[in-house]
Unconditional design. Structure first.
Length: 476
């Protein structure tokens, strides 16, 4: 029997507000334990939550970017459960009336061979819980409440995803968009963007969903894809053996490359949701939405179309260059002073991205700034160096952060474009290789690159290839 997976993703994205969702404590990451706390976020009796307006504006922004309908009235509910990192004994979330619903995200991926629209069920706001630090050496656990009350939005997808690859494409797109609209820093290592995946399988052609397992707190794109692949295999094996999949919550162990059962999965009614009596219903009017709409930046799809028309790029190149806001900005800054924008795009996509990959750095950490990269490419445009030399200069820039002109001087990489000097070199090369000249003239035109290579060798790669080509053509 053939099975197909049915996957829905829940993303928790931490919002980039300065203060927490219901009190004025700082959200800064990495402070000493319990430094960012007050009676409200530590759940003292008698305190009252006050909603942070910026959290709502950020949620509206995320809703607009994912084509959601924004509800005029939404409500905060208490989600009741006990855990040592949750001092109130409940989490303030939105259940019956979330801020936004019925959106979608178009995922275009080369792997899918086109575009697929993944439905977004809802977006709701909620507070984060604290953190337990397990000190096994001294057999104790410590509670850090700095994260308690940090604002989150949860973005719940429809079960529209059919493969690990699609899940990865959806996640990357959503991650890019949240960074584009600047509501989430997207730092997955610090847990600012984390994913729970609901996975079930069913015989191909069957309408009803199978029993699902939920994989919790996946914090890298790779883990999500690997965990989903593993889960599909695990469930297929169970069904093929004639057993039944159990509804449960599972944890992924990236070191072991497998998941293990954490607990039986709760249903919503286990949480005894009810409206939080300390918070009035939230009203979002059209004026508020319009204000946020004005602050919306250019989104990836629009930027991609603009790159194609403004810089004469292919769809594929534009797709890569707009895959993150940092890369798109870097490219535009690099290309700005240059005549040949396409050349700038090629250099950014090959040299820059290649170097960052080797050094395992993000664009923000690049040793070559966009400004310095422009300076290097301008040296090619004004004929000071050729592309060969530029590659060497770029490598040096990545190592030493030196100015490209300084490196060109130090390494003696100035392009040889003196007409007469190159002419005598060409003539001598032809004299030295009479049989190749004969073969070329007999129709073996492929030998052109052989002559070019000889001259490049003589000039240690510094000859101006355009001038050499011209002289070669005249003399061959
Ligand atoms: Zn607080």
């Amino acid at each position: 029997m053939q099975f197909e997976p049915v996957i829905g993703l829940e993303i928790h994205a931490q919002l980039k507000t300065k203060t927490k969702i219901f009190c004025s404590c700082s959200t800064e990451f990495g402070k000493s334990p319990n430094a960012n706390t007050c009676p409200v976020c530590t759940g003292m009796p008698g305190v009252l939550p006050v909603l942070n307006k910026q959290v709502v504006s950020f949620a509206i922004k995320a809703a607009l970017a994912t084509h959601c309908t924004i509800n005029e009235e939404s409500r905060f509910d208490r989600k009741n459960y006990f855990y040592p990192d949750l001092p109130k004994g409940y989490q303030i979330s939105q259940y019956a009336m979330p801020i936004a619903e019925h959106g979608h995200l178009d995922v275009d991926s080369m792997a899918l061979g086109g575009t697929k629209s993944i439905g977004i069920t809802r977006i709701h706001m909620e507070e984060d819980a604290g953190k337990l630090i397990h000190d096994s050496a001294r057999a104790r656990s410590l509670v850090d409440l700095n994260r308690t009350g940090v604002p989150l939005i949860e973005i719940v997808s429809e079960p529209d995803i059919r493969s690990a690859q699609e899940a990865g494409a959806y996640l990357r797109k959503l991650h890019a968009i949240l960074k584009y609209i600047d509501v989430c820093d997207g730092n997955m290592e610090q847990g600012s963007f984390r994913c729970d995946a609901n996975i079930s399988i069913r015989p191909v052609g069957q309408k009803e969903f199978g029993t699902r397992a939920e994989l919790k707190n996946l914090n890298s794109f790779k883990h999500v894809e690997k965990a989903i692949l593993y889960e599909i295999k695990r469930q297929t094996y169970i069904l093929e053996e004639g057993r039944e999949v159990v509804q449960e919550t599972r944890l992924w162990d990236p070191a072991e490359n497998k998941s293990f059962s954490m607990r039986g999965k709760e249903d919503a009614h286990d949480y005894r949701y009810f409206p939080d009596p300390d918070l009035v219903p939230l009203i979002v009017d059209n004026e508020w939405i319009a204000t946020v709409e004005k602050q919306m930046p250019e989104l990836p799809g629009k930027k991609r179309s603009r790159f194609i028309s403004q810089y004469d790029l292919t769809g594929y190149d534009a797709e890569i260059l707009t895959s993150s806001i940092e890369l798109a900005d870097y490219f535009e800054e690099t290309a700005f002073p240059l005549k040949d924008k396409k050349q700038a795009a090629n250099w950014v996509m090959t040299s820059l991205l290649g170097m960052l990959k080797t050094k395992k750095l993000s664009i923000g950490q690049s040793p070559v700034s966009a400004g310095a990269f422009s300076k290097l490419l301008l040296l090619i445009e004004d004929g000071s160096i050729n592309a060969n030399a530029a590659k060497t200069v770029f490598e040096q820039m990545a190592e030493t952060k030196k100015d490209p002109k300084t490196i060109v001087k130090e390494k003696g990489l100035e392009q040889v474009s003196d007409q007469s000097e190159l002419e005598s070199m060409v003539l001598q090369t032809l004299k030295e290789n009479p049989s190749e000249v004969n073969a070329y003239q007999g129709g073996k035109t492929k030998l052109f690159s052989f002559f070019m290579g000889q001259i490049m060798k003589k000039t240690r790669g510094k000859a101006d290839p355009k001038i050499v080509t011209k002289i070669l053509k005249i003399n061959l």
